[in-house]
Design a protein around this ligand. Sequence first.
Ligand SMILES: Nc1ncnc2c1ncn2[C@@H]1O[C@H](COP(=O)(O)OP(=O)(O)OP(=O)(O)O)[C@@H](O)[C@H]1O
Ligand SMILES: [Mg+2]
Length: 365
Amino acid sequence: MYFALMFLLKQLNLVQFRNYIQKQFVFKDRIVGIVGPNGTGKTNVLDAIYYLSFTKSYFNRPDAQNVHHAYQGLRIDGVYESNKVLSNITCVIRENLKKEFSFDNEIYNKLSLHIGKIPCVMIAPDDVQIITGTSEERRKLMDSLLSQIYPDYLKYLIAYNKVLQQRNSLLKLAAESGSLDSILLETLNEQLVKNGEIIFEYRQDLLKKYLLNIISKYTHIAGQNDQIQIAYQSQLLGQNLDKLLEQSLSKDKILQRTSVGIHKDDLIITIQGQPFKQEASQGQRKSLLFAIRLAEWEFIKEIKGLSPILLMDDIFEKLDERRMIQLLEWVSKYNDGQVFITDTHQQRVSELLGTHLKSFQVIEL
Ligand SMILES: Nc1ncnc2c1ncn2[C@@H]1O[C@H](COP(=O)(O)OP(=O)(O)OP(=O)(O)O)[C@@H](O)[C@H]1O
Ligand SMILES: [Mg+2]
């Protein structure tokens, strides 16, 4: 018999995490609203939940910034339930900022081994970076998705980035000293090609399905497709990485860094043939961001058979009524995983959730 697995977060204990000195949350429902005025710690709760899935903050903050100002060290504890079995996930940051992550009291040797265990998707106002930011943001989107689905992917990516750094250092050294260690370069090239080609295959495969689903989610939320297109752009689409490295060597020597590889990949988003970043209205932009995240959620569920926890930060502030209804309909009908929604208006969140759901929990901060 097939049934979708999921993890439900039942309890969250925060010690010295951002504005929380000591706080316990008990979550009783699949759908949880977290409400309170500005600055009361709603986003911080979502970030703590994100932390337990990704071993780090959604906001790319260094760990030290997550420790309450007046203290040293922090602790985040989550109790999850899956098929009636409880699991404990704990993150401790010691006073010397050493981070320990454990699953049922067993400490991980490497943090990366935890990624993907509790799948999680965050929708946050900062996501606009995916559209307006540099290509790095869009690579991060692909990487975060692939790492959650395929543990090996993260291994290849870490290896690739390490070799890339070594190759760049070698090019720098060569420029300074006037001579290039060609045997070392060849070894590094080999490793770069080996890992880079695999990452390329993963990304290409993922995007075939994922990109189409983004468009379909967009159409669902917006009610029309607005002729949006998203394409994967990679130098490796036209040429093997070893050839590319060979051709760009003289250029790389001048630049003192590696100018070709999967670290240059991007997603090209257009609306009616024009760059989405410049052309799209704010509403279209928001709709696309939701579509990207919902497609991400569905993709993880399809491949892992595990419904990710969905974290929705401040979503109502940004949406017109129609889109709000479409989005909540998706959350309550198609999504069967746990959802955390923050809002500044207790009444609004209760009314909106009440139209779609029989049972939900609202926590006031
Ligand atoms: N390291 C820290 N130590 C203590 N307090 C912190 C720390 N980092 C952030 N804060 C506090 O946390 C609060 C912000 O919390 P958060 O962003 O979760 O609020 P919010 O409820 O999401 O607000 P909004 O409705 O404006 O989005 C701020 O008041 C900030 O001062
Ligand atoms: Mg907030």
